[in-house]
Design a protein around this ligand. Structure first.
Ligand SMILES: Cc1cc2nc3c(=O)[nH]c(=O)nc-3n(C[C@H](O)[C@H](O)[C@H](O)COP(=O)(O)OP(=O)(O)OC[C@H]3O[C@@H](n4cnc5c(N)ncnc54)[C@H](O)[C@@H]3O)c2cc1C
Length: 327
């Protein structure tokens, strides 16, 4: 029996988000034999993105265009995807575990009467062919292995945990099917505009390097050395809730149980004590560096590298040394 999987692509500023290619890799891990992976691309003015996506190993790219899809809107997205879901009848749906993916996946699961497994970090195939979805639970303290009882299945994939899919080796492109979605006047809510608070900065969820500040940065001004280091290394700045609550930075930067989950190659925690709720958002980072003036700070128990010292001395020194090394 041939299974059909559907990836719901995400894009921002005219670029595909890497998590879409990671979701494609995750779907490929479930696919076997004659199984097909399709991709849905929603928005407006999508010609270039559709051509880019068609270069990856998908059976077809389904482009759904409408002014109402310019910005993410759950109602518009669910409505727009409904005809495709009805015709394709996918056995599995894959989305990024991003703000939009977390919102859209349960709505699509409800429409399909499907089960959902969220925040998946690994996929394993057992000897009997069953596919096991691996996900961290209890703020990363335990790992859960789940299987679906029946199809259809809805899966959200945690960013930075799967390798991004590679374009087809033979340079061919998948066919592109186009359709139009409902006009904005038929929707109950309309997103008029999205104003980004962190314009121009690297997306925290996808950053390879994250420099995070905690209450130890002591002020908004105290984030400057961290921003300087992040800029030099091409990384993003994050924060603990302690720093956000103190008003040193925007809540959009918060990492942790009630903030964003990041899994960068390198996570540098500056003036962060290492509360369990913070660790829930960053313990999956490949290399963790902690800078804290308290040698007993719990963050050192998790860190691969620890620097006991004043962050206002250590961070500028790191910037200085990296600048020399990168010159
Ligand atoms: C339901 C719930 C959800 C939560 N969700 C989150 C969440 O999502 N994310 C999150 O982060 N927290 C969350 N918290 C809060 C969490 O429990 C901690 O209070 C918070 O993480 C502490 O932030 P912090 O480490 O910046 O501050 P603190 O615990 O005050 O630590 C500051 C650290 O800075 C060090 N320091 C001070 N000055 C310097 C200096 N000059 N140089 C170097 N080090 C210095 C200190 O030694 C200390 O270790 C949550 C709490 C609850 C109850």
């Amino acid at each position: 029996m041939r299974n059909t999987y559907l990836i719901v692509a995400e894009h921002r500023d005219g670029k595909l988000r890497r998590v879409t290619l990671e979701a494609l890799r995750a779907a490929a891990a479930c696919a076997a034999g004659e199984d097909e992976i399709h991709a849905a691309l929603l928005g407006e003015g999508l010609d270039d993105l559709a051509a880019e996506l068609a270069a990856y190993p998908v059976a077809q790219v389904h482009v759904i265009e409408s002014e109402s899809l310019r910005n993410y809107n759950p109602e518009a997205y669910v409505q727009a995807l409904a005809p495709l879901l009805a015709s394709l009848r996918p056995d599995g749906l894959f989305l990024g575990h991003t703000a939009a993916g977390r919102d859209l996946a349960p709505a699509l699961a409800a429409r399909l009467s499907a089960g959902q497994i969220s925040d998946v970090t690994g996929i394993e195939r057992e000897d009997d062919g069953r596919i096991v979805f691996v996900r961290p639970i209890y703020a990363g303290k335990a790992i859960e292995r789940r299987v679906f009882g029946s199809a259809p299945r809805v899966v959200t994939v945690r960013p930075n945990n799967f390798l991004a899919a590679e374009p087809r080796e033979d340079g061919t492109a998948a066919p592109i099917a186009r359709s139009a979605a409902a006009s904005a006047s038929e929707l109950r809510t309309v997103v008029r505009d999205v104003v980004r608070k962190t314009a121009g900065r690297i997306d925290l969820a996808e950053a390879k390097i994250v420099i995070s500040g905690g209450r130890g940065v002591k002020s908004a001004e105290g984030f400057r050395p961290l921003e300087e280091l992040a800029e030099l290394l091409g990384g993003a700045v994050g924060a603990s809730r302690g720093a956000c609550d103190a008003g040193y930075c925007d809540y959009g930067l918060q990492i942790g149980q009630t903030g964003k989950v990041v899994t960068p190659e390198i996570y540098i925690a500056c003036g962060i004590s290492g509360a369990i709720q913070h660790l829930a958002g960053m313990s999956g980072s490949r290399i963790i560096v902690a800078i804290n003036k308290d040698p007993e700070a719990p963050i050192f128990q998790l860190a691969d590298y620890g620097i006991v010292g004043d962050l206002f001395e250590v961070v500028p020194l790191l910037t200085q040394e990296f600048r020399k090394a990168l010159a």
